[in-house]
Design a protein around this ligand. Sequence first.
Ligand code: GCB
Length: 904
Amino acid sequence: MKLSFVKFITALLIIVNSFCSLSVWADGRMEFIKVSLNDNWKFSRDPQGKGFNDHTSLKWEDVSFPHSWNTQDVMDDDPGYYRGTGWYKRKVKIDPGLKNKQLFLYFDGANQQSEIFVNGKSAGSHIGGYTRFCIPISNFLNFNNPEDNEVVIKVDNRHNDDIPPLSADFTFFGGVYRNLYLIVKDEVHFDLTDYASNGVYVNTPLVSEKSASVVVRSKLSNSVRQLNRVLVETSVIDSLGNKVAVVRSSVKLTPDVKSEISQEIKGINNPHLWSPDAPYLYKVISRIYDAKSKRLLDEVINPLGFRWFKFDPNEGFFLNGKRCKLIGTSRHQDYEDMGNALPAALHIRDVELLKEMGGNFLRIAHYPQDPVILEMCDKLGILTSVEIPVVNAITESEEFYTNCREMQKEMIRQNYNHPSVILWAYMNEVLLKPKFANDVKRQDEYYKNITALVQNLEDLTRKEDPSRYTFISNHGAYDLYKRVGLTSIPMVIGWNLYQGWYGDKIEGFGQFLDKFHKENPGKSLMVTEFGADADPRLRTFNPLRFDKTVEYASFYHEVYLKEIEKRDFVAGAAVWNLADFNSEQREETMPHMNNKGLLTWNRKPKDIYYFYQANLLRKPFVRIASRSWNLRSGIADSDNHDFCIQKLKVYTNQKEVTLIVNGKNLGTKIAKDRICLWDVPFINGLNTLEAVVKEGGLLYKDYTEIDFKLLPYNLNSSLVPFKEMNILLGSQRYFIDDLKHVVWIPDQPYRAGGWGYTGGMPFKLNNGNKDGYGSDGNIRGTFDDPLFQTQRVGINEYRLDVPDGLYHISMYFSELNDGREKAPLLYNLNNSVAKRADSARVFSVSVNDKQLLKALNIREEAGANAGLIKSMEVFVEGGKGISIKFSPIEGNPVLNALQIRKEF
Ligand code: GCB
């Protein structure tokens, strides 16, 4: 039976798990073992930050790892989330037969500072939330009383000036949020305490199509009290399980001294190369045998991929001698309702989704992630960069510098053997908002300290691993980075560019790339970030920068990808971001979220994901771009028509596409830049859509159904009877509420026979250069923030010429002038401080001349930035329709949204 590398490991763990009584370990058959210790933990928050002796008085709940204590509070309306201490504890049954073994607790990650107590004593600690760590525990265990061994873990995610990241646009979820393992090793084993690597480092100094060599460095640990001779055997196994090469070394070990050996395997002929198209993996199996008894003492298995690569400042990136443009995404590690505590399957799925998109590059940002991510990148052929979380700023302290260096070493040593890694990075936008803005001299000193740290990390990285490239990501302040020296130190420079999103002109993107290339002829460049927020609930036919609609984001990416593809010197680009992610301090249309994902938080594709597929996939591809906008609404084209014409976009990598709607052929269009556009007549109810391409005599189709709520042209229409309307004032957006199956449509001025406003202006924030509209503040008490974030200010009347009947009307209000000086979003550098007026606003509202809301003061009734809904029944007779009039008492009347439903 053939087992792939991962299956092999899984199979091993299953066998191990079925043994799980610890007594089996002592019978001499199992000399080394790694079993998860994720279950049966008690957990408690500890806001007071008690000491070990007091922690027992806390109230405990049952949890298992991966676990984060911030899964819910990052989404509530209270700013901030719990950043403090959490305790975990459980009993571990230890077999007395393990007395002569070495036991370790191996953490895949805990955020961000941890201390581990075994039987009441501190066994070790770790700084940093994103790297793995290994705590030897043998000396603390009670082998005489096996039932009574207690492990207590203290974790703390509060801000610490000495630990990166200091600030960032993502949430610093706290907890033991990755797997925890108990590892049992013989007294002689591959060293696990070398920055929690597995003690074996695989290099491929020479690789060509004809031949490859492998050099394996192994670190050995020996705690036997006598001299020991062991045999270290290193074999290379191909994917079919054939032994390709083996080398054995006899090593004399000194007690308590770690040894290092290096073994070389030369001349592997015609190696299978590793690449995105064919990610061929070999295995390196490292074993230690007792020289005398031939007993197997330890075993470590590493992946091996044969590839060579280079960055060329003019021609881009080359893999195995061929040009290979790197296109992919960055990735954060959180998921809806789970924080960062994800099961492996969801990490795996993310890499699969990137591969299914056609991506060949993953920027693992802004920190090292779960080990399964690189395992998947190796297997699926995704090239990667990995980075430590030095984001936005540094602290000028020795502790901070040391922590950066330690993290960099951990990252490199733990992930050294993954063929997918080509770049080690160590900083992101560190000059975003430089400290000491009011003191030029002090700021210069700060810059010097940053440059020194960059140089230090650069030197360390090159020394740790001369086989990879070094890398940092800067934001678009080119002159500043150049002046501070950060454009010359790393081997490859990454730029995070948002022209057309935070910056106003999308054309600025290509111009920036050309400028950098011209002025830095010897430097390779990657676009490490570009993206635009797309709230999947917001749609429009009039996209505007910063409107948060899927349509604007699609436009933005369509322009960017073309510019990237055009330039050979751009080695690659990573979309920011693969999926939406939590950033607790953000507000905007979906508070606490950064919506720049190509996928939603729970990994549903947005339109633009399909655009990348159309560009990157080689097999025939056709996709109705807005297939996820499957609940639509619109007004009939005229009083004589029972359909509404709306645009529909199809993405394809083929020459032409035919569209069939409700069984009718709407014609064939030639794709331009992978895009075809149609005007589709949607009828009321379910519409069927089929996009078809032909390739090599075969048909490829995409099919979807769109539920369309057709609204009458004249509200008295007999062709399209009036049922209900949901209108967003001051907005050109549609808001789709899937849960309630409701579509909110954009506003319009009043037209006789129809509906609309008279008087007033859309609300606009007084904050710099954003083209979008509405407020970007969190609306308390709702997840449907966009219903309340736009409004018409100074409105006189809202009129709807509806037929006679009984109507249910809901008026949505929110006081958007909250009087606060809202700090601009950190990343929006052009966004000046938004000072919002807080003048009083009182008005009355009458419906068909009956005053129903008298002297309404939204701020007084609900507070600022909160939703207020006033619902009422109105009986309409005599063909009067509905007239809602607003009379100011103080300030300007406003209305945010309006819902009208005909009862009967
Ligand atoms: C950036 C940052 C990233 C942010 C992103 C954004 O430049 O590197 O952490 O999330 O911009 O969306 O603003």
